[in-house]
Design a protein. Structure first.
Ligand SMILES: [Zn+2]
Length: 196
């Protein structure tokens, strides 16, 4: 059985904000009993994470069994710093230009990635990762659009500086996701899920 994750990604946090906001939200989750204060090797995307706390049931959808809490991998990783957050399996189906609304298909009819279409985006992702800035020229309106402004279908792809990654947790409630967004100063957040 594979491991699955959910993420709440803050798409507005700047590189400068991310460390402080991440620490704030982590402290708040500990005080609220959602996670425990201690950290250990309980996540797959970072060295250490926090296991669920005594009040975790308040933030996840009801489940029949609590076995997930006994898995080795059942923690929360607060990831700060430049990161490409994707869903691990499959690829985004399309991406839309925020200036002219041109929708660009990224997969062919067999659901294989269209390499030629992807390539300017992959190059830009590499550049953004190294430098923190990259544009992709839109084939529709010819504008150089910053990579982080392109809109990815299904919210399955994001370049961001802060992400909360929950490993093998039952589905987080919408109320909790909104609460986290408020805690992040009303930033826009994406709630994405994926499997390793
Ligand atoms: Zn455009």
């Amino acid at each position: 059985m594979g491991d699955w994750f959910q993420r709440i990604v803050d798409v507005d946090a700047t590189e400068e904000d991310a460390a402080r906001l991440g620490a704030d939200v982590e402290r708040w989750l500990i005080e609220r009993g959602v996670i425990v204060a201690e950290e250990d090797d309980c996540v797959l995307s970072a060295d250490r994470g926090h296991r669920p706390g005594p009040r975790v049931e308040e933030v996840v959808e009801p489940t029949r069994s609590e076995d997930w809490k006994r898995l080795w991998t059942c923690g929360l990783a607060v990831r700060r710093g430049r990161a490409v957050f994707d869903c691990g399996q499959g690829e985004a189906r399309s991406v839309t230009c925020p200036r002219c609304a041109l929708r660009i298909r990224l997969l062919d009819e067999r659901w294989e990635p269209l390499e030629d279409v992807w390539s300017p985006f992959s190059d830009a992702v590499g550049l953004w990762y190294r430098t923190g800035a990259a544009d992709v020229t839109c084939p529709g309106c010819a504008a150089g659009v910053p990579l982080r402004e392109w809109q990815w279908e299904d919210d399955c792809f994001a370049l961001a500086h802060l992400g909360l990654e929950f490993w093998n947790w039952p589905r987080l409630t919408d109320a909790f996701v909104s609460e986290v967004a408020r805690r992040l100063g009303g930033h826009r957040v994406l709630h994405m899920a994926g499997k390793l």
